[in-house]
Design a protein around this ligand. Structure first.
Ligand SMILES: C[S@@+](CC[C@H](N)C(=O)[O-])C[C@H]1O[C@@H](n2cnc3c(N)ncnc32)[C@H](O)[C@@H]1O
Length: 213
């Protein structure tokens, strides 16, 4: 059921997400964001901004920051971080990763963190990222993915429950396979075994392929 406050799932997620993530961010995740996002430049799109953990980490080289977030409760929470934005211009938009309201080649940088686990059609969303990125622009990704061995088995086991409680989040998503199928090519990939292998992350950069795919 949806209202102007969002679906029941979105409202639940907007309440629970900061309670879980405040500790994760303070425990080192914030530092990882800061290092990763320091590469953002120029006109930048942050896709699925959530309550804005990435927002304070964009460097001064980001001139315009566009934040797209479909969950009304999380968009409200974003107001608490807008004072930390260093870009000259910024905007917060409702929106959908599958139909971005921007012309082709609009952005120098597109960044997404912990987004692709939540999407039913990650291939379509990556095609949209590619479309709105200017030729030679940078896609900065930071995603949690299915683990190897026992952690991977645990991720498969908990996925049906986490999808319901985490607004669609699938802990067993293989983001790098989606990226490999996309019109974007990875330029750099770091793999992190967060929380003893239970929260593996892939963090990196990609740009448009030169092979025309
Ligand atoms: C796990 S949260 C991550 C939030 C934030 N990027 C961060 O790093 O903390 C996933 C976010 O993706 C958003 N989201 C879900 N489906 C989306 C869609 N189709 N288009 C854009 N954002 C979406 C959710 O509302 C949520 O804010």
């Amino acid at each position: 059921m949806s209202s102007e406050r969002g679906t029941v799932g979105q409202r639940y997620f907007a309440g629970i997400y900061p309670r879980i993530m405040n500790r994760v961010e303070a425990g080192g995740h914030g530092r990882l964001r800061a290092r990763h996002l320091s590469r953002a430049r120029g006109r930048t799109l942050d896709l699925g901004t959530g309550n804005g953990y990435s927002v304070p980490h964009y460097p001064v080289e980001v001139t315009d920051l566009t934040m797209v977030e479909p969950n009304p409760g999380l968009r409200d929470q974003l107001q608490a971080v807008v004072g930390k934005i260093r870009a000259e211009r910024w905007e917060i938009l409702d929106g959908d990763a599958y139909r971005l309201p921007f012309e082709d080649g609009s952005f120098d940088t597109v960044a997404a963190s912990l987004l692709f686990c939540s999407l039913d059609d990650p291939d379509l969303a990556l095609a949209e990222v590619h479309r709105v990125l200017r030729p030679g622009g940078t896609f900065l990704f930071h995603e949690h993915v299915r683990g190897q061995g026992v952690p991977g088995f645990v991720h498969d086991l908990i996925t049906p429950v986490q999808r319901r409680l985490g607004d669609g989040c699938r802990p067993n998503r293989d983001f790098l396979a989606t990226l490999e199928r996309s019109p974007l090519a990875a330029v750099e990939i770091e793999e992190h075994s967060g929380a003893g292998g239970l929260l593996p992350l892939v963090v990196g950069r990609a740009s448009g392929r030169h092979d025309g795919r």
